[in-house]
Design a protein around this ligand. Structure first.
Ligand SMILES: [Zn+2]
Length: 188
């Protein structure tokens, strides 16, 4: 890795942690992350974003309803050389895995107490939707499918019989995520 780049990314994380992070402000935060990317092409490179933040991104066979988890502790560092890891369920589609990674990134930015040495959080699709989970899902949707870009692509393929497939391919997310985003943005 380029010397100093990790410092820059840490600066971005610190700036984000100072921003208001209620649900209504989430898109300002995801915009900031996207603006910081060198390439403005889609799909959003969620794995490279995590690697820049010094995460290990892994895949593992997990129980069916467990999409993934984030873990930060010394044990991980001893085992893998890095303290922070996000793991996704290898049984899930790539689109859903990407959403899981973005969801856990939200927990890292907003819910991880940096004063404590350890953090662990799991993501289940069956999770009760409390405020923290709603925020993490909103963050993931906004990061992977920013409103303006999503509307543009939606309008572009609106009359296409393969609308959903086109959007899935462009944003590299699951059909379910596309479905929710369409409803969320009032496009249907
Ligand atoms: Zn969560």
């Amino acid at each position: 890795m380029r010397k100093g780049s990790s410092k820059m990314d840490q600066k971005l994380v610190e700036e984000i942690r100072k921003m208001p992070n209620d649900v209504d402000n989430i898109s300002k935060i995801t915009e900031k992350i996207i603006n910081d990317l060198k390439s403005k092409r889609y799909p959003i490179p969620i794995v490279s974003i995590m690697k820049k933040l010094d995460f290990i991104v892994g895949k593992q066979k997990l129980e069916d309803d467990l999409s993934g988890y984030i873990v930060i502790n010394d044990e991980i560092e001893k085992k893998f050389g890095k303290k922070k890891m996000i793991c996704v369920n290898s049984n899930d589609s790539w689109g859903h895995q990407r959403f899981t990674i973005a969801h856990e990134l939200a927990h890292y930015l907003f819910d991880y107490n940096t004063k404590k040495p350890e953090f662990y959080n799991t993501y289940r699709t069956t999770d009760v939707n409390n405020d923290i989970e709603i925020r993490a899902n909103k963050f993931a949707a906004n990061l992977l499918m920013p409103e303006k870009e999503f509307e543009q692509q939606y309008n572009k393929y609106y009359n296409d019989i393969d609308l959903y497939a086109k959007l899935e391919e462009y944003f590299q997310v699951s059909r379910r995520a596309i479905d929710r985003r369409i409803i969320e943005l009032g496009l249907n």
